[in-house]
Design a protein around this ligand. Structure first.
Ligand code: ZN
Length: 247
C-alpha cells in the first residue's frame, strides 16, 4: 500500500469532515486503491476494509499505533501502543466469497453496506437481527418454497443461542472486523477487551497530520507568497528545510 501524498491527505480530511466513519474509511480506500471499483468497496467484508485501512495508516503514518480506551469500571483513560505492522501480519484478509454453513442455510460476511443499512436500527438487538437477515444468501434445502424457508430463518433468528453461534462463526472467518485488545486498568486493576477501531485511529491521525500540513502552508505562504498547491507539492524534506529557515 502506498502512503497518501500531502495533497491526498488534505483532500481526504476535507471531504470526510461531515461524513459517517464508514464513509470516511471508504473514501480513504477509494483514494488509496484506485484499481478497485469505488462502488464495489462498500460490498467488501468489514474486515477487508479494516485490514486495508490499517495497511494505509501504517504506510502513511508509520507502524507505531497509539490510542486510548476508557476503563469500563472506573472511567480512567488507558493509553495503549502497538505495532501496526505486526498487527497487520496477524490479520487474515477475508475473501468476499467465503460462506458460513449453519442450520442448512448459507450466510455471507457482513459488508460496509450492511453496516450502513442498520445504522438507524432502534436498538442493538434489532440491528444484529437486520444484519443477519441481510447476510442470509441461500437456502441449502432445495425442496421447500421461499415463504417456508423465510419463516424457518426467522424462527432460527429468534433463538439467542443461534444468533450468538452465527456471530461467533462470522467473527472467526473475519477477525479483522472486530479487533480486540486485552487491556488492564492501572488505576483500579479491571481487565477487559477493548475494541480497536482502526477507522477512528486513522481519522484522528489524519486530523493531526492535516493540521500540521495546514500550519506549514500558512507559514510558508506567509513567508514566501507560495500557493497552497505549490507548498503541498514539495517533498516533506524540502518543506521542513524551508520551515526551519524561516524559524
Ligand atoms: Zn479502572
Amino acid at each position: 500500500m502506498r502512503p497518501l501524498s500531502a495533497p491526498q491527505l488534505l483532500a481526504l480530511w476535507d471531504a470526510g469532515q461531515n461524513r459517517h466513519p464508514i464513509d470516511r474509511a471508504l473514501l480513504a480506500l477509494a483514494l488509496a486503491m484506485p484499481e478497485e471499483a469505488p462502488d464495489g468497496l462498500a460490498d467488501r467484508p468489514v474486515g477487508w476494509r479494516e485490514v486495508n485501512l490499517l495497511a494505509l495508516r501504517n504506510a502513511s503514518f508509520g507502524s507505531a499505533l497509539e490510542g486510548y480506551a476508557p476503563c469500563p469500571s472506573c472511567g480512567s483513560v488507558m493509553e495503549f501502543s502497538l505495532d501496526g505492522a505486526a498487527l497487520l501480519g496477524e490479520l487474515p484478509t477475508p475473501d468476499g466469497d467465503s460462506l458460513i454453513q449453519f442450520d442448512a442455510r448459507q450466510w455471507r460476511l457482513p459488508t460496509s453496506r450492511d453496516q450502513a443499512m442498520i445504522l438507524d436500527a432502534p436498538d442493538p438487538e434489532t440491528a444484529v437481527l437486520s444484519l443477519l437477515e441481510r447476510c442470509l444468501v441461500a437456502e441449502t434445502a432445495p425442496n421447500q418454497n421461499a415463504a417456508v424457508n423465510r419463516e424457518k430463518s426467522q424462527k432460527l433468528l429468534s433463538s439467542p443461542a443461534a444468533i450468538n453461534e452465527l456471530e461467533a462463526r462470522m467473527e472467526a472467518l473475519d477477525p479483522a472486523a472486530n479487533i480486540r485488545l486485552g487491556m488492564q486498568c492501572s488505576d483500579c486493576g479491571h481487565a477487559w477487551d477493548a475494541v480497536l477501531d482502526i477507522g477512528t485511529c486513522f481519522w484522528d491521525e489524519l486530523g493531526m497530520r492535516a493540521r500540521q500540513l495546514l500550519e506549514s502552508v500558512h507559514r510558508l505562504a506567509s513567508a514566501y507568497g507560495w500557493r497552497e498547491a505549490e507548498i503541498l507539492a514539495l517533498s516533506p524534506a524540502r518543506r521542513s528545510a524551508y520551515l526551519s529557515m524561516i524559524g
